[in-house]
Design a protein around this ligand. Structure first.
Ligand SMILES: *Cc1c(COP(=O)(O)O)cnc(C)c1O
Length: 438
């Protein structure tokens, strides 16, 4: 091989563990953390080994801008093939005419929708953050809240969207865009009802299905796609793929606007290794096995909600139609922050979450959000989710009784969690010595 001083001998050969022991050690620690703990954060999942390979592939080197077949750089043959596969699969999976698979994230997918359809200062009607909405739907701290004029709907006292309030606000404020879908709203949304309200005021309806896209794909939840003018989703939650966003529509004029809002509107070149991994996950979601997974995600979320309610833990909206559920800790006098720390010490990761009418600040909150997707991917069924619910209840009851974390309970449960995890191993063969496990 020709040698030149600029060509470092190990550059194309050496593994991360020798090149960068510090990053390697942190990544190896993360693999063990995922293997030995139960992941209940609703926005997390475990991608397939195939997705990991796509993410770590050399397509990461390729720069393209524009759409397949209409690029600004050459050498795009395989990039085009990959992105076209992802687009075709997204269209087939969700039954729509147009898909853009380039958004780097769900937030950027939503930003592109705002850019495509609105002018700064336009009114947007969306769900308030503390009722379960998402930052990118007009929160004051987000670009969508700073540059647009958000009006927020909330949930009623039992935790359900009050469609008559949505209708009243729509007629009062005449928004240009109405958004349904949230990050902590557990119940099925009346998409047809939202569309009727949008039509009655001449608004565009955006459905953000980030937290139930996998169930829609697997036939375990109604689809918003035919009701909304535009649908956005993340690919990494219950859809079980790599991190990223997608935008779907049936309207060709809207599709053109959305495409140019993504590029050159809010993004530059395509993250092609992420698009390759999206193609892989969409291909996986088209297989019959995915229906079984989706049905089990829902069954497990409902089982967890029922188990917690049996142990006197209040569940917002009394249950769930999605992979997520929210526990209201106010009757226990506990905060979400303290409870999630104790659960994490017990090997159960979840996140603190505001509950409807919460008076605690966002870093504290009075609730916990749980999701069933990652556990289901791992192979947990309802028997395992009943045990998980029992552990969560044990931690919360011990804390409430003592007014402080109970370390003995945390340690006992930690050992049981670890034993359950070892019975359902993830990424066998992947460890600190393999390329993706590095
Ligand atoms: C998770 C989520 C997003 C976007 O998430 P990113 O982290 O930006 O990919 C957007 N909308 C909703 C409703 C979400 O739950």
């Amino acid at each position: 091989m020709t040698q030149s001083p600029a060509r470092e001998p190990g550059y194309f050969l050496d593994h991360l563990r020798t090149v960068d022991p510090e990053v390697h050690a942190a990544l190896a620690g993360e693999l063990v953390r995922q293997q030995d703990g139960i992941e209940l954060i609703a926005s997390e999942n475990l991608v397939s080994r195939a997705s990991l390979e796509a993410l770590g592939s050399v397509i990461v080197n390729k720069t393209v801008e524009g759409r397949p077949g209409a690029r600004y750089y050459g050498g795009a043959e395989f990039a085009d093939r990959i992105e076209a596969l992802a687009i075709e699969r997204a269209k087939q999976l969700f039954g729509c005419a147009f898909a853009n698979v380039q958004p780097h994230s769900g937030s950027q997918a939503n930003q592109a929708v705002f850019l495509a359809l609105l002018q700064p200062g336009d009114t947007v009607l969306s769900m308030a953050l503390d009722a379960g909405g998402h930052l990118s739907h007009g929160a004051a701290v987000n670009l969508t809240g700073k540059w647009f004029d958000p009006v927020r709907y909330r949930t009623d006292a039992s935790g359900f969207i009050d469609m008559s309030e949505v209708e009243r606000l729509a007629h009062e404020h005449r928004p240009k865009l109405i958004i349904c879908g949230g990050s902590a709203y557990p119940r099925a949304i009346d998409f047809a009802g939202f569309r009727a309200i949008a039509d009655s005021v001449g608004a565009i309806l955006l459905a953000d299905m980030a937290h139930f896209a996998g169930l829609v794909a697997g036939g375990a939840h109604p689809s918003p796609v035919s009701h909304a003018h535009v649908t956005t989703a993340t690919t990494y939650k219950n859809l079980r793929g790599a991190r990223g966003g997608i935008i779907l529509t049936d309207d060709s004029a809207l599709a053109r606007k959305l495409d140019s809002a993504v590029f050159p509107g809010v993004q530059g070149s395509v993250i092609l290794n992420a698009v390759a991994a999206k193609a892989v996950c969409l291909g996986e979601a088209l297989k019959p096995e995915f229906k079984t997974y989706a049905a089990q995600v829902l069954a497990n979320a409902r089982c967890l909600a029922a188990t917690l309610m049996e142990r006197d833990i209040a569940i917002v909206a009394g249950g769930t139609d999605t992979p997520l559920l929210v526990a209201d800790l106010r009757p226990f006098g506990l905060t979400g922050a303290a409870a999630s720390d104790s659960l994490e010490a017990a090997g159960l990761t979840c996140n603190k979450n505001a509950v409807p009418g919460d008076t605690q600040p966002p870093r504290v909150t009075s609730g916990l959000r749980f999701g069933s997707a990652a556990g289901t991917t791992r192979g947990f069924g309802e028997a395992e989710f009943r045990r998980i619910g029992g552990w969560i209840a044990d931690v919360l009851h011990a804390m409430a009784a003592q007014g402080a974390r109970d370390e003995a309970v945390e340690q006992t449960i930690r050992a049981e969690v670890q034993a359950l995890c070892r019975a359902f191993p993830i990424y066998p063969g992947l460890d600190a010595r393999t390329p993706e496990g590095q």
